[in-house]
Design a protein. Sequence first.
Length: 101
Amino acid sequence: MVSFEDRASVPSQVLVRFLEGESVLLNLKTERYFGLDNTGTRIWKAVTVAPDIKTAYEELLREYDVDPELLRSDLAELLGQLLENGLLEVHPANVGRAAAV
């Protein structure tokens, strides 16, 4: 299960290509791939650049006219599928980051 307090990143073995708002994610080790439509691609971009998944969720909630619980559920499901296929990694948000002073 994905914690929204975690940070998502792209594994080094994953190749990402964008084309006309959509994307293809390919795990070079397992040869598993996903095609993402415009919305899936926007979600991918949001979670991989945000400091944590919760921040990405909040940003997506502001962008889309969607029920918050539906977005949370759909986001968790997509991230779970990407994790299962080695197309995404999650780490505690504070790992690899400098502590606040």
